[in-house]
Design a protein around this ligand. Structure first.
Ligand code: NAP
Ligand code: F7E
Length: 352
């Protein structure tokens, strides 16, 4: 039985990847940085909480990483742990770099020393393209990160390439564009919108306050993207791959699609920070803008070309943008409906 270790088991991708690896017959170890046993709402929601073996590991602590790798001796390591919120990276740039950049090196160096034949997946990001140098972005597009998060992920990417080339390690970097789901954290814009709409619908909130509506992202469905991660480690040799849908949509389009899925008819008024989204039926303001949610440097548009992954891995995205929005709205309506009925805000709403 293959042993797989997933860092970031508490996150969106950690949960979907654990589910997939269990289906593939792996013994799945999930690394959680917490020492308390507060459960994991995402694993619970997927019904696999009892099937994943939890180990405690923080990417900031080298000796901790060494003990875990020594104990498990994994065949595959998926490094999904990160301070993954771009906005927070501007507030906590040093911590973000320690986790997202040096944390990758701590893990790679440990694997090289203790279990050099373990296959390694690094969760790289389209944020490394930042101020894009060509469109669509491929594995060969030059990088230009626009946040401490993007810069840190770029270090993680290159150190993964470097360990592959220097020590012949099976180390892959997956350059993944935004991928979302009902398991997405509430701080990210997609889930902030779908959860916010569900709360408006159930009368638990009046409106949603957002930042830049014009930025565009290439949004796919997370459950499909973890399949790409797994495929990368099943190839004959290690390589880097872009996973994306090759379609970009604005935050504003996301809002429009989400309200439509929740059966609202909306209209826009004003411009820039004065933009408002109005409920045509009641005249009430549903969305307002606050500069609080603008970033010091924005990534205006990302659009990825997954041709290499299609050709070499046989991977392709299936869920279309409007369907993804629909899946997320429906899931949040169900969760908030439950919350309203029981009066209990359970963790499936998010853990922050
Ligand atoms: P996520 O939901 O934020 O999960 C990341 C997990 O990392 C969190 O559960 C967090 O634990 C854990 N973590 C943070 N700091 C840690 C530390 N010092 N040591 C150990 N664990 C730590 O992120 P995701 O959306 O699943 O993304 C998975 C990975 O892919 C991340 O590396 C992200 O940067 C990258 N990525 C994501 C996307 C996307 O669109 N989702 C796209 C490209 C790349 P706590 O729960 O305890 O905070
Ligand atoms: O922002 C704009 C915001 O925080 C998307 C992470 O998984 O994907 C994610 O990073 C866009 C940005 O994701 C709000 O300015 C407007 O342009 O959902 P997000 P992200 O920054 O793209 C990449 C690939 C990763 O690797 C990251 O780990 O939406 N936006 N108004 C807003 N964003 C947020 N969060 N909140 C708002 O109110």
């Amino acid at each position: 039985m293959k042993k797989a270790l997933i860092t970031g088991i508490r996150g969106q991708d950690g949960a979907y990847l654990a589910q997939l690896l269990l289906e593939k017959g792996c013994e799945v170890y999930g690394a959680d940085r917490r020492s308390g046993d507060s459960g994991n709402w995402r694993l619970k929601e997927l019904g696999i909480e009892k099937d994943v073996k939890i180990v405690y590991m923080d990417l900031l602590e080298l000796t901790n990483i060494m003990r875990v790798i020594e104990k498990i001796k994994p065949d595959e390591v998926y490094n999904l742990a990160a301070q993954s919120f771009v906005q927070t990276a501007f507030e906590q740039p040093i911590l973000t770099s320690d986790i997202d950049a040096i944390g990758v090196l701590r893990l790679l160096e440990t694997i090289r020393t203790i279990k050099p034949d373990a296959k390694f997946y690094q969760a790289s990001s389209s944020e490394m393209f930042g101020r894009v140098q060509e469109t669509p972005q491929t594995e060969k597009t030059p990088f230009y990160p626009r946040s401490p998060y993007g810069v840190s992920k770029l270090f993680g990417h290159w150190i993964t390439v470097n360990y592959r080339e220097s020590y012949n390690m099976f180390a892959c970097s997956g350059i993944l564009f935004n991928h979302e789901s009902p398991l997405r954290g509430l701080e990210f814009v997609t889930r902030k919108i779908t959860y916010g709409i569900a709360r408006i619908k159930y009368g638990l909130r009046d409106k949603i306050v957002l930042g830049n509506l014009d930025s565009k992202r290439d949004w796919g469905f997370a459950k499909e993207y973890v399949e790409g991660m797994w495929l990368m480690l099943q190839q004959e040799g290690p390589d880097d791959y872009v996973l994306a849908t090759n379609e970009a949509h604005s935050v504003k389009e996301f809002v429009e699609n989400a309200f439509k899925a929740a059966e609202y008819s909306i209209a826009w008024e004003g411009e820039g920070v004065n933009t408002k989204c109005i409920d045509k039926k009641t005249g009430k303001i549903l969305v307002e803008i606050s500069p609080e949610f603008y970033r010091p440097a924005e990534v205006d548009i990302l659009i990825g070309d997954p041709s290499k992954a299609k050709e070499k891995l046989g991977w392709k995205p299936v869920t279309k943008f409007a369907d993804l929005v629909g899946i997320m709205v429906e899931a949040d309506l169900e969760k908030v409906g439950m919350e309203k009925r029981t009066g209990y805000f359970n963790e499936t709403g998010g853990n922050r």
